[in-house]
Design a protein around this ligand. Structure first.
Ligand code: HEM
Length: 245
């Protein structure tokens, strides 16, 4: 049983507030400024264009942030937390794959859009997420797993998990910048207009959310006054149950 430490509660509340802000701002951008999505003169691909930021920000970034923080607040057994973590990361990965798929509907073909830093980083992020999910699945759930292997793999799982999450946010920021620049240069969207305010606030909220989620992830998850086992002394470990259990 791992209830959130009192010291983590404000961080968890801030993460929820920033997450909610991010979700509201993406929806406001997608639905209030919906004419910014699609590729004129044809508007046929409007849906795919608007789905890309929705899948990427709400699906990939917000859900994987939730998956990371689950270890810090979800009460119940270690196995419950592991399965919720893995399911949420699976959902985030599926959203990321769907988000990239939305871009393959343009007539220009599969490779035509891979010209930007954003698209290259996007591919790296999805590849990392996919590999990370498979490794997590194999090392934490495989029935033949051995304690020594899991102990070796866990720090790498934590490192690559945080690294992929941070890269996903950076990629989303480059996507926001690229889209806004396109709108400002090709469609005369004002640089200080309401749409620019919404997108800039979205980018800022994403940055605040990421910092909070990373702080939650690296914070110790056990009270310092409790007697600690060797495992508990490592801040990245989420509970006190031995790995062999
Ligand atoms: C973690 C988040 C994101 C990832 C992993 C990601 C990934 C990708 C990838 C792989 C492509 C290239 C696919 C193609 O064009 O055929 C792409 C294109 C694009 N994305 Fe994203 N994206 C993310 C977030 C965003 C956001 C938030 C926006 C804002 C609207 C955005 C806007 C665009 C645009 C305008 C393109 C087409 C131009 C280009 O290829 O650079 N992306 N994205």
């Amino acid at each position: 049983m791992a209830a959130a430490l009192p010291s983590l509660t404000p961080l968890l509340i801030f993460a929820r507030i920033f997450g909610l802000l991010v979700a509201v701002l993406v929806f406001v951008w997608a639905f209030v400024f919906s004419s910014s999505f699609g590729h004129p003169p044809s508007r046929d691909d409007h849906l795919f264009d608007v789905l890309h930021p929705l899948f990427m920000i709400i699906g990939l970034v917000l859900i994987s942030g939730e998956a990371i923080s689950v270890h810090s607040w979800l009460p119940g057994s270690r196995n419950l937390r592991k399965s919720v973590h893995l399911s949420l990361q699976g959902l985030a990965l599926a959203s990321g794959i769907s988000g990239i798929w939305t871009k393959f509907h343009w007539d220009r073909g599969f490779l035509a859009n891979f010209h930007s830093l954003h698209s290259w980083m996007g591919l790296v992020v999805i590849t990392l997420f996919g590999a990370q999910w498979m490794m997590g699945f194999l090392s934490f759930w495989h029935w033949r797993e051995v304690r020594a292997t899991r102990e070796r793999v866990l720090p790498w799982h934590v490192f690559f998990g945080l690294y992929s999450y941070a890269l996903a946010v950076v990629t989303a920021e480059t996507g926001l910048l690229e889209k806004l620049t396109l709108l400002q240069t090709k469609r005369n969207v004002p640089r200080k207009g309401p749409e620019a305010m919404v997108v800039n606030s979205l980018g800022l909220s994403l940055a605040l959310l990421t910092g909070t989620v990373m702080l939650i992830a690296i914070s110790p998850k056990y009270p310092p006054s409790l007697p600690t086992t060797k495992q508990q002394q490592q801040p990245f470990f989420s509970n006190s149950k031995p790995l062999s259990s």
